[in-house]
Design a protein around this ligand. Structure first.
Ligand code: MN3
Length: 385
């Protein structure tokens, strides 16, 4: 029986994780749940899963929850969430917090030698070098939940690093794949939120529309698998059936296929290093009539090549890119920034940051704080989970 802590349990990945745990309660047990402020859903989750601990980032919401639930210790604030990661009984933490707010908890979990099932890609985008080095030193596995990286994690198990010619990250292309560049100027948040294949949170859906999500995933893959940027390729695959591929030096290509349902990579992360029989219906290959692929249009989606460039420069710039995107997406939702101006806004913010070549974790947090302060963006209220 694995005892699991879920950070961000009321978000899309958090709910899918609980869905899997409910179906597989012989294997998994919820030890603690943490949320930003959605205590209405958290209360239901507490009644259903009986965790020993809960943590709520928002202090007033934590106080309200305490009056409503019994038999569960309710902690509060960032400190409260961090203290969950010190629980000696925990076997795994699922970090599904949204955005840069998730980094500190990934870092803390690894310091506490707690294995991490990582849905918060920002942790690796912002501080991949630091996180991976610490994980190696503390012998802590980081198991990706992001579907492409989950695919690669399994595909790469059977090969040596020198056998890899390249890895091929698939991308759905998002809602604007077939739109003309000129029509992207007047895109509304509503247009951007209509993702054709995946049902996800709103931030990642917009990132998918700009394709910066794929840019982040390139940086994530670079750190997670210690693979050169030049060996990472992106291919558009609108059906999202193949979640990624690897090409070995002998010219073979290996692919991983499953339905576009996050519960598949979640189950595989929860059960690692074991493999457990999946209660969900697997892909019926006989029902697939078409798998198509095309090269991404980097003119239409400039953030994709920009993310490559920022990833290669490294240092504190990928962290700046992450935070700049959070600000730009927020402005877009507030209708203060046009969709077609997201790229320039992000570029402008990243270029204003002082470059640090070999940052430590404090430099990363400082880079983040500096940008947020400049845009008077409140970390407590606006971000995460
Ligand atoms: Mn993905």
């Amino acid at each position: 029986m694995k005892r699991i802590i879920i950070l961000g349990s009321t978000g899309s990945i958090g709910k899918n994780t609980l869905n899997i745990i409910r179906r597989m309660n012989k294997h998994f047990q919820v030890l603690a749940l943490a949320v930003k402020n959605n205590i209405r859903i958290l209360e239901r989750q507490i009644h259903q899963f009986h965790p020993k601990y809960a943590a709520v980032l928002d202090i007033e919401s934590a106080a309200r929850l305490r009056k409503k639930v019994r038999g569960v210790t309710v902690l509060e604030g960032e400190e409260g969430i961090r203290s969950l990661l010190e629980l000696k009984k925990a076997d795994l933490v699922v970090n599904s917090i949204i955005g840069s707010a998730g980094l500190q908890y990934t870092h803390k979990a690894i310091r506490e030698q707690l294995p991490v099932a990582l849905a918060n890609k920002e942790s690796l985008v912002m501080a991949g070098k630091i996180i991976m080095k610490l994980a190696r030193k503390n012998k802590v596995p980081i198991i990706p939940i992001d579907s492409e990286h989950s695919a690669l994690f399994h595909l790469l198990k059977r090969t040596r690093p020198d056998e890899i010619e390249k890895i091929i990250l698939t991308a759905s292309g998002g809602p604007f794949l077939t739109w003309r560049k000129i029509d992207l100027v007047n895109v509304t948040p509503w247009d951007a939120l209509r993702h054709p294949v995946w049902r996800m949170g709103s931030k990642i859906t917009v990132d998918s529309a700009t394709m910066l999500n794929k840019g982040f995933e390139i940086i994530e893959a670079h750190h997670l698998f210690d693979i050169d940027f030049n060996k990472i390729e992106v291919i558009i695959h609108p059906q999202s059936i193949i979640h990624s591929m690897i090409q070995t030096i002998d010219g073979e290509i290996y692919a991983q296929l499953s339905p576009p349902d996050m519960r598949f990579p979640i189950l595989s992360a929860l059960s690692f290093p074991e493999m457990i029989k999946n209660p969900l219906k697997p892909l019926g290959v006989e029902k697939i009539h078409r798998l198509s692929f095309q090269k991404p249009d980097v003119k239409k989606f400039p953030l994709l090549s920009y993310a490559y460039a920022i990833g290669k420069k490294g240092g504190n710039l990928p962290a700046a890119l992450t935070v700049a995107d959070e600000i730009a997406v927020k402005l877009f939702f507030e209708r203060k920034l046009k969709f077609s101006h997201i790229f320039n806004k992000i570029k402008q913010i990243v270029e204003s940051v002082k470059f640090i070549k070999n940052p430590d974790i404090e430099d990363i947090f400082k880079t983040e704080r500096d940008i947020l302060t400049r845009y008077s963006y409140s970390a407590q209220n606006d971000r995460g989970f």
